[in-house]
Ligand binder design. Structure first.
Ligand code: AHR
Length: 712
């Protein structure tokens, strides 16, 4: 007999060849992973709050980020020693001029300068002294790594200014006359036009300008004007904001502000592009104000929600947790309005008496003022206008109370080695849930993560917050950790997590780690009621001659500079997981999941572990039980295409067409950047030939979402 190649073979050999071929085919079939969906059974409900956002002032998330203010250091308090972000503008070398920071509350400054505070919040100002006029002299603000100039754009500028000569220093009647010679009197010629410009950094190109008429007065006055760019202006961030004069005298400035248009045109609002990116994620909640930002380095630095309310004139800012001073323009009401604009719910974290450097306030009478403060804060959020704080919120412009369900007590209190959290949590919870029975307090110490530190006094917490910052290997290794969790324990809020690979924003490998981890949370969304990635934002600027590097934390979700923004591969994974999500889990079984060897860590070796494998394929399945749409998510973490057989048991009606959305790249390090924002983007297509049992090839390094239609 002749074989296919034409060679003559005997029957025995032929049978052996057939047998071998059969075995190989069987082996190949046996190795193909199979995901079998059981559509005969209704799975558990998917948590309606599953995917949300977490935010705090880190990486210039608000100042120089989402909060649309363009002036850096607008009340001059960012640095006690120098007017950071500001410089002197002097076009003609013949002029004699200088600028000086004046902190009116400092003890050791001249008496006349101590009268320069506008109020307790605006107690530091900038003085421009023009002793000799020649050409234009002024002050320039460099913005947050530049001021964004866009065509046909209107900017609202405002500032407090007063022009004055030096007066006789103030003296109490009993004080002796000063012995020092009087200060030189500069000709006071300050009244008149003051020019305001948006211009290139060298001052040679003016993009927009306007004037105000400075009155002759010894008192502070606020001036406002709009600046509009022409329609042929080329977008740039290499611009500055200048206020200038051509006359002698001393000019004092405070609360200098510049806003472009904002999302929903809110006054004191948010950047449009960044808000749109968030809204596109369809987040169900926003956890705020932190993170470490809630706690502050010291007890006195905790998020001071009361001084973040009302007009900007009454917001002094405070010492933040990430090395720069937040303006608190993004205050409590702005956080709430931000959630409202996204159609999301607030998850309010209240300061619980523990700060980052390790100080804590013990439960008991010393903690009571903090508990009362949290109750006031909750009243501000939820109280009607008959309450003290509800009326304050109405006066601030939002009469309608906000809907609140979850209050998180503190942040990462497992760092508090004193063991005081048990008592602190219980005191907060008793007061909060006592006054507001509709609220649920979240414990920041999770039973499973910190069994020896968990809250044991009082009622067991209903919800606990777990945090995970891992590399992709850890994510792949632990992606099924919740499959084994105790269902009789508290519900879980995964309140901070990320695969930390890539900087400033994450790369494709991180997105593959995230996606694998999310399939695990999704499959267990009867237990995982909420989850949010962190950190959300990063200003991607590196250090310049005048400004430090903008970010403190590598591997963030959304990057931006003054002019533009982009999503990391992880951002697109978050967005897709949130979009393509049913309300019920679909019971599914898998066979033949391939594995790969994980390189051993030092810890593994120390523990005597000699080899470790992790899966290369991850999946989750949910469905919309009203429409019959099934969402199958699959992650292939390897460099090879991977065939997957999909069986759909228990449905007779399957549309032969399905929607496929894929995020993929050529190598794990592939990423998006501010200059190349579209390297990795989701691609949507329609696939045909879907049946009850079909096979798909998953692309290398890919996250694939199949939207299948049953009950056509
Ligand atoms: O997300 C960055 C930081 O990580 C958060 O501020 C803190 O809660 C966590 O340790």
């Amino acid at each position: 007999m002749k074989s296919k190649t034409g060679k003559t073979v005997n029957l025995k050999s032929y049978l052996l060849i057939l047998l071998a071929a059969g075995c190989m085919t069987r082996m190949a079939v046996a190795q193909t992973p199979v995901i079998t969906l059981d559509l005969t059974k209704q799975g558990a409900s998917v948590s309606p709050m599953l995917y949300g956002l977490m935010t705090e002032e880190i990486n210039h998330s608000y100042d120089g980020g989402l909060y649309a203010e363009l002036i850096r250091n607008r009340i001059f308090k960012d640095n006690k020693n120098t007017p950071e972000g500001w410089s002197l503008v002097q076009d003609d070398p013949a002029a004699k001029a200088s600028i000086k920071l004046i902190a009116a509350t400092e003890e050791n400054i001249p008496r006349d300068e101590r009268r320069l505070a506008i109020n307790g919040a605006l107690s530091t100002c900038l003085r421009l002294t023009v002793e000799q006029a020649a050409g234009r002299v002024g002050i320039a603000n460099e913005g947050y790594w530049g001021i964004p100039i866009k065509p046909s754009t209107t900017y609202k500028a405002s500032f407090y200014i007063k022009g004055t000569d030096r007066r006789e220093p103030f003296r109490q009647p009993w004080e002796p006359k000063p012995t020092t010679p009087p200060l030189p009197v500069i000709e006071n010629n300050t009244a008149g036009p003051i020019t305001v410009t948006l211009e290139s950094k060298d001052g040679k190109t003016v993009y927009a300008s306007g004037t105000i008429n400075l009155e002759k007065s010894n008192y502070w006055k606020k001036y406002e004007l709009t600046l509009t760019t022409a329609d042929d202006v080329k977008p740039t961030k290499d611009a500055r904001f200048v206020i200038s004069t051509n006359r002698t005298g001393q000019y004092y400035f405070n609360l200098v502000s510049l806003f472009p248009s904002t999302y929903h045109n809110r006054a004191n609002g948010n950047r449009v592009d960044l808000m749109q990116m968030l809204v596109d994620m369809k987040p169900k909640f926003l956890r705020f104000p932190g993170g470490n930002f809630l706690e502050g380095p010291l007890i006195t630095d905790a998020f001071p929600w009361k001084t973040t309310l009302g007009p900007l004139e009454s917001r002094p800012g405070h010492r933040g947790s990430w090395g720069y001073r937040p303006s608190d323009g993004m205050g409590l009401l702005e956080f709430l309005e931000w959630t409202e604009d996204m159609g999301a719910a607030p998850v309010l974290a209240v300061y619980a008496g523990y700060s980052l450097e390790g100080d804590h306030v013990d439960a008991g009478p010393l903690l009571k003022p903090y508990v009362d403060d949290a109750l006031d804060e909750i009243e501000y959020v939820t109280g009607d206008t008959s309450t003290y704080w509800g009326a304050k919120r109405a006066a601030d412009g939002h009469p309608a109370p906000f809907k609140l369900k979850y209050v998180e007590v503190g942040n990462e209190d497992w760092f508090d080695r004193s063991g005081s959290y048990d008592g602190r949590f219980t005191q907060f919870r008793t007061a909060i849930e006592g006054k507001y029975p509709q609220l649920t307090c979240i414990s920041t110490i999770a039973d499973a993560q910190y069994p020896n530190m968990k809250v044991t006094s009082g009622k067991r917490p209903e919800v606990v917050d777990e945090h995970y910052y891992r590399n992709s290997w850890d994510m792949w290794e632990n992606a099924s950790q919740y499959d084994k969790y105790d269902r009789s324990g508290p519900k879980i809020f995964v309140g901070e997590w990320a695969t930390r690979e890539g900087a400033p924003t994450t790369n494709l490998n991180a997105a593959l780690g995230d996606a694998a981890w999310m399939t695990g949370m999704e499959r267990n969304s009867d237990l995982i009621i909420m989850s949010c990635y962190a950190p959300l934002f990063v200003n991607v600027n590196t250090a310049t001659a005048t400004a430090p590097k903008a970010w403190q934390w590598d591997s963030d979700l959304i990057g931006y500079d003054a002019l533009s923004s982009y999503g990391s591969p992880s951002y697109y994974v978050q967005k897709l997981f949130s979009h393509y999500l049913g309300n019920k889990l679909v019971p599914a079984t898998v066979t033949n999941i391939p594995v790969q060897n994980r390189p051993l860590t030092k810890k593994d070796s120390a523990e005597g572990i000699t080899s470790k494998t992790v899966p290369t394929l991850f999946y989750s399945v949910t469905m919309n039980d009203t429409t019959g749409t099934v969402y199958l998510k699959m992650v292939n973490t390897t460099a090879k295409k991977q065939a997957v057989k999909i069986n759909m048991d228990g449905t007779a009606n399957i549309s032969p067409e399905a929607t496929l959305v894929v995020v993929k790249g050529n190598k794990p390090e592939d990423t998006n950047t501010i200059n190349d924002p579209g390297k990795i983007l989701p691609v949507t297509s329609t696939i045909k030939g879907v049946t009850k049992s079909f096979t798909r090839n998953l692309d290398p390094y890919s996250v694939s979402i199949l939207q299948l239609q049953t009950r056509k």
